[in-house]
Write a protein that binds this ligand. Structure first.
Ligand code: PEP
Length: 252
């Protein structure tokens, strides 16, 4: 099943990057040749301040440009927030929702994540919905239950392979250099595939399931070859074009 799914490697720059970082984007565009583009899709989600500039550089043709979050509403009195319509207007074609840093730092639960995904779809963008267990949950053997509950609570009805990407990001693996074993990733992704297929039929069976958490060039081949892993969501190693291209090289 996974073989028919075109993988996606997406970079989440988080709160990093000034205008001069466009040189890294340009290096990525230059290194992402037609051969590689035929095998793997590529996306960078810069801070919102850079979306318009980056979308101008890529034209969303080779490297797509995404956003890291959005408000549930289209407009209104929400100081400091950005709507899905605004980031779409700036050139984003996808939005990450439910990242564990949003869940933890901003108290966003499944209901909010689900509403955000619906707001993303209302603008005809792709929602990249993140799920993942904490270290405590993992140690107490709750990983699969947590993932099932997050999928059930965060992924709205109407999810399709075209409008939705799921990213499994164990919280304890983000930015730590730690990664689950290939077997652990395989178990979680098999469980997600099963749950999504039950909920959304063929759409769930062909939805892209990314792995995220300390992916780097040296471990990408092993992680990307796990069954039901259809790409990666990359934090730190997406900031440098050479590292990001090194991760995509897993698909060469
Ligand atoms: C992330 O925050 O989405 C992430 C995967 O970070 P890192 O690759 O740095 O662990």
């Amino acid at each position: 099943m996974g073989a028919a799914i075109k993988p996606l490697v997406a970079g989440n720059w988080k709160m990093n990057g000034l205008k001069a970082a466009v040189s890294e984007l340009q290096a990525l565009v230059d290194g992402y040749d037609a051969d590689l583009a035929a095998k793997v899709d590529s996306m960078i989600c810069p801070p919102a301040t850079l979306i318009a500039q980056f979308a101008d550089v890529t034209g969303n043709s080779a490297v797509a440009i995404g956003a890291q979050d959005c408000h549930v509403n289209v407009s209104g009195a929400h100081t400091g927030d950005l709507s899905a319509q605004m980031v779409a207007d700036a050139g984003a074609v996808a939005i990450i929702v439910g990242h564990s840093e949003r869940r933890a730092d901003h108290g966003e639960g499944n209901e909010v994540v689900k509403a955000k995904a619906e707001a993303v779809w209302a603008q005809d963008l792709v929602a990249i919905i993140c799920v993942g267990e904490t270290e405590v949950e993992r140690k107490s053997g709750e990983t699969l239950d947590v993932i099932k509950a997050q999928l059930a609570g965060s992924v709205p009805a109407g999810a399709t392979a075209a409008n939705c990407v799921i990213a499994y990001e164990p919280v304890w693996a983000i930015g730590t250099g730690l990664t689950p074993t290939a077997q652990d990733v395989s178990d979680v992704h098999a469980c997600m595939r099963d749950e999504l297929s039950k909920a959304f039929g063929d759409e769930g069976a062909t939805m892209r399931l990314l792995y995220g958490g300390s992916v780097k060039p040296s471990n990408a081949s092993e992680l990307m070859s796990v069954a039901n892993v259809d790409g990666a969501l990359v934090g730190g190693a997406s900031l440098k074009a050479a590292d990001f291209l090194g991760i995509m090289a897993a698909y060469k």
